[in-house]
Design a protein around this ligand. Structure first.
Ligand code: UDX
Ligand code: UDX
Ligand code: ADP
Length: 467
């Protein structure tokens, strides 16, 4: 007897839960999908009749939501009601790095996940399949299972691990056309039946050869490993970029040359001011923490270097700005172009821009920030969260503007920190004419045409190449 899923609930309407459920609902019109969240505001935004007000900006997302919402896709705050109704429950709540106690700054804080597990056990009146979607440390599924079993009154719960590999900015196309879908479950028959039920959902639009099933620990560890490898590639090319700036080699030429080796491959070799995003640092810290907790010191130290290199890259970029501006930026206007951690998203979590800005603010620079998708409140909240200086001071020293030319007008320096396409199309002659001279331009993403901007008269610096 195969379980056929009729109702899905998803706890957590964030960057992962929202787009993933929208696509499942679009592809499975016969399954009712309810996405719940404790944040009323977030749910209201998901339900906004104006689709430009969705809480998350992703290319193609509003079209998917428009098709499914109200048909078989629902957003609400009734967590218990959704749990009761569902046969399958996805947990995609946030798992931030712990900010207190044991594992502070390293381990994942699982309190939201544990709360979900307890809530599911307490309100469920029938058997459920619980799917962990949030990225979690290895063996979390086991803890969820233990909590469910301890709290349940004879009900049957199955726990699956189904990590999400979508990248922000391409979430919808990654979901529609994934490289692979990974599902981990227990080897006993109940576990395998649950795995099959989830496979049948994805098989509606994903080729079966791309749906991998593994044991639950392999699935959990694969997710951390994939992100660690991706981040490692960025840190590796960034390490080489520092060497290029000294030696005269050109990092983009190197990336091209090594990327043509089919064993290395061309992707994820773009040198930058540093990786950001909610996953890379958090997942590596998790991996490091787990390795240390098993006494694997060398393994932990190895992966920790990926983060150290990233911190170094951000610091190096900011230091270079100060050095080039005659060792002082105090009172100088500097334009920060781009605040998101990469293009085509409004997400700023762990964005390199935050750390570069903080460094320059410590040097008393006056920052003018422009980002096409990030709101001013977000910029201030990111800086306030660091707690480096008071909220008033952040508002005094940082201006966020909606017009890129206003941000750059009269500036001593312009720093490009996100690779937004529109930056390439600016009238850089106009920018140059309106800036203080010498006009410094720092390209933290290597997106501008070097020869062109240098010909305009800019003092130009990019990552991984000697000016
Ligand atoms: C290497 C480079 O591949 C080649 O491009 C360069 O010109 C010279 O160095 P080689 O040393 O002949 O070539 O062997 P290679 O196949 O790269 O293997 C190197 C070592 O890595 C071997 O000991 C191999 O067993 C080991 N290895 C390789 C692994 O342990 N795991 C792998 O997945 C791949
Ligand atoms: C990442 C993984 O790609 C995804 O599979 C996982 O599910 C979540 O984490 P995401 O954080 O959305 O996705 O963005 P990604 O495109 O991986 O970029 C991460 C950071 O690395 C960005 O700041 C990006 O600018 C930077 N990066 C990426 C580089 O600096 N150079 C590159 O070559 C690639
Ligand atoms: P991710 O990038 O992993 O999707 P987000 O922070 O974007 O993370 O989304 C997680 C969402 O989970 C948030 O909107 C948060 O309000 C929600 N959430 C956290 N804990 C609970 C809970 N116990 N019940 C319902 N929603 C929750």
């Amino acid at each position: 007897t195969e379980t056929r899923i009729k109702h899905i609930a998803c706890i957590g309407a964030g960057y992962v839960g929202g787009p993933t459920m929208a696509v499942i609902a679009q592809k499975c019109p016969d399954i009712k999908v309810t996405v719940v969240d404790i944040s009323r505001e977030r749910i209201a935004e998901w339900n906004d009749s104006n689709l430009d007000n969705l809480p998350i900006y992703e290319p193609g997302l509003k079209e998917v939501v428009a098709e499914a919402r109200g048909r078989n896709l629902f957003f609400c705050t009734d967590v218990e009601g959704a749990i009761r109704e569902a046969d399958m429950i996805f947990i995609s709540v946030n798992t931030p790095t712990k900010t207190y106690g044991v594992g502070k700054g390293m381990a994942a804080d699982l309190k939201y996940v544990e709360l979900c597990a307890r809530q599911i056990a307490n309100v469920a009146t029938g058997n459920k399949i619980v799917v962990e979607k949030s990225t979690l440390p290895v063996r979390t599924a086991q803890s969820i299972r233990t909590i469910l079993d301890a709290e349940s009154n004879g009900l049957q719960f199955q726990v699956l691990s189904n990590p999400e590999f979508l990248a922000e900015g391409t979430a919808v196309s990654d979901l529609l056309n994934p490289d692979r879908v990974l599902i981990g479950g227990s080897e006993e028959e109940g576990g395998q039946a649950a795995v099959r039920a989830l496979v049948e959902i994805y098989a509606r639009w994903v080729d079966r050869s791309k749906i991998l099933t593994t044991n639950i620990w392999s699935s959990e560890l694969s997710k951390l490993t994939a992100n660690a490898f991706l981040a490692q590639r960025v840190s590796s090319i960034n390490a080489i970029s520092a060497l290029c700036e000294k030696s005269g080699a050109d990092v983009d030429e190197i990336a091209r040359a090594i990327g043509m080796d089919s064993r290395i491959g061309p992707k994820f070799l773009k040198a930058s001011v540093g990786f950001g995003g909610s996953c890379f640092q958090k997942d590596i810290l998790n991996l490091v923490y787990i390795a240390r907790s098993y006494g694997l010191t060398e393994v932990a130290d190895y992966w920790e270097q990926v983060i150290s290199m990233n911190d170094y890259q951000k610091r190096r970029f900011a230091e270079n700005i100060v050095n080039r501006l005659f060792n002082t930026v105090s009172g100088k206007k500097i334009a920060i172009m781009g605040w998101a951690f990469k293009k085509d998203t409004n997400d700023t979590r762990e964005s390199a821009a935050i750390y570069v800005a903080d460094y320059l603010l410590n040097e008393q620079a006056e920052l003018w920030v422009y980002d096409p998708k990030v709101k001013a409140e977000r910029v201030y909240a990111d800086l306030d969260y660091l707690n480096t200086r008071g909220e008033d001071e952040n508002r005094k020293l940082v201006k966020v503007v909606r017009d890129p030319y206003e941000a750059m007008q009269g500036a001593h320096a312009v720093a490009v920190l996100t690779e937004w396409d529109e930056f390439k199309a600016y009238d850089w002659q106009r920018v140059y004419d309106d800036m203080k001279k010498p006009a410094f331009l720092f390209d933290g993403r290597n997106i501008l045409d070097r020869n062109k901007v240098k010909a305009l008269g800019f003092e130009f610096e990019a990552i991984g190449y000697r000016s």
